[in-house]
Design a protein around this ligand. Structure first.
Ligand code: UD1
Length: 419
């Protein structure tokens, strides 16, 4: 087991490069199942979730090689085991993303039903209803989704809630369905757009890219292709908040400022000076204490739930009161208890965290409870007086590539220790 140890109080300064986006690469690897021949996916981040998705495909019979540090080659022509076992799905809910691809290409799939997870119940009913609307026969038996179909049929389907992986599953499924599919109330996250581009490169016919209505005309087959994954906007946002919280000055290269507008607006309100180019973002905080900023999470292009925890830490040391409202997941405030243990003044009432900024946090032993909660604790450790230890850091490794190396590059005093 490992822990992260941080000596706080060092303003971040310098520059780093963003990694490829976790939430784009996972559906893209899953979507490779629908292509014939080989796909080469570039700018793939080294993350535990990516390793899990790769292993999931390999156990199905996919030929998958990681051929240099950031490229993955995938040939899914010979899948003989179209299933996702409980052991995998329980470690990574995004495994549900193989359901649509397997069903549309192979006519059958067995995928363990994801249970609740640390941040809430997270049902997959919309994924299943959409596939049923395309003609799939689905039953849930012994904890598994067992799905079968002849060729899926195009249909019109309205998603009751905006769901990112739900949109992705149905979009991939529709690419090989017979006839036209109209998906309504789709997620418009940049990662959905990146997946759409990959599918179009493979030969899919999709209109409405980047909008909430996607019109897909099914084709007989798709061809593997080369695709470069977009930068990870949540990783970039996390480093920007860390720089703002420490009063620092950093530049992030290979970043896309257009995907992060709602976050940059909030950072400017917090007092950061931000400048951008087409592929970089610079932030200067001039050593100032942040202004408090209210946050209201909602689907893209509104403020992302995956940046909520990090802004709780920023607000925890801000010069006044703020309210952070979490609208997507019912249990996504578990970082608050840990921040309070470090001296933050925060009360949680239903969907809201009411934060009274304090002048400083104090280092403490803390425990990560989910991926983004762990990021908020790293930021808290960077600003706190004294030493902060973070346990259960496997959550961090799911979604942040070499986080301590990148932070050390920015002058932080952070190390990983075996316990
Ligand atoms: C994805 C992201 C995750 C992010 C989340 C919201 C990936 C791999 N993960 O998760 O990082 O926090 O989007 O931006 O891309 N819902 C239903 N029924 C469904 C599906 C979803 O009720 O069938 C609800 C969920 O409980 C939640 C809301 O819809 O309240 C949004 O969830 P969703 O967008 O599906 O999240 P994920 O795709 O799991």
């Amino acid at each position: 087991m490992e822990k992260i140890v941080i000596q706080g109080g060092q303003p971040l300064s310098g520059s780093i490069s963003a990694s490829g986006a976790k939430n784009a690469v996972l559906p893209i690897i899953a979507a490779s199942i629908v292509g014939s021949g080989t796909s080469v996916i570039k700018n793939v981040p080294h993350l535990d979730d990516v390793t899990t998705m790769n292993e999931l495909l390999i156990q199905m019979g996919v030929k998958l090689t990681v051929n240099d540090t950031t490229n993955v080659e995938i040939c899914a022509d010979n899948i003989d085991n179209p299933s996702a076992p409980y052991e995998t799905v329980k470690t990574m809910r995004a495994s549900i993303l193989v359901l649509g691809p397997l069903l549309t290409k192979y006519g059958k799939a067995e995928v363990s039903l994801p249970g609740g997870c640390a941040i809430g119940a997270r049902p997959v009913d919309i994924h299943l209803k959409g596939l049923e609307a395309m003609g799939a026969k689905i039953r849930v038996e012994n904890g598994y989704i067992i799905a079968k179909s002849e060729r899926l049929q195009g249909c019109q389907f309205y998603m009751d809630k905006v769901t990112v992986t739900g949109t992705e599953n149905l979009l991939i499924a529709a690419t090989l369905a017979e006839g036209e599919t109209l998906l309504e109330n789709c997620a418009t996250e940049p990662e959905v757009i990146d997946l759409t581009r990959y599918l179009i490169n493979m030969g899919a016919k999709i209109e409405g890219i980047g909008t909430s209505v996607l019109r897909i005309t099914g084709v007989e087959s798709l061809q593997g292709c080369e695709h470069t994954v977009i930068p990870d906007r949540i990783e970039v946002g996390t480093f920007l908040v860390a720089a703002a919280a420490t009063g620092g000055e950093i530049t992030i290269k290979k970043a896309n400022p257009y995907d992060l507008e709602s976050v940059l607006i909030k950072l400017r309100q917090a007092g950061a000076e931000i400048s951008t180019t087409d592929d970089s973002i610079s932030l200067k905080m001039h050593g100032k204490r942040p202004n408090p900023v209210n946050i209201n999470t909602a689907p893209h292009p509104a403020f992302p739930t995956d940046m909520q925890a990090q802004f709780c830490t920023l607000n925890a040391i801000a010069s006044g009161y703020s309210i952070v409202t979490e609208n997507l997941f019912e249990n996504r405030f578990m970082h608050i208890n840990e921040l309070v243990r470090m001296g933050a003044d925060i009360t949680v009432a239903n969907k809201q965290a009411i934060i009274n900024g304090v002048k400083h946090l104090n280092g403490a032993p803390t425990t990560a409870t989910d991926l983004r909660a762990s990021a908020s604790l790293v930021i808290a450790g960077l600003v706190a007086k004294g030493i902060t230890e973070i346990f259960d850091i496997h959550y961090i490794d799911r979604g942040y590539e070499v986080i301590e190396e990148k932070l050390n590059q920015l002058g932080a005093k952070i190390k990983r220790v075996t316990i």
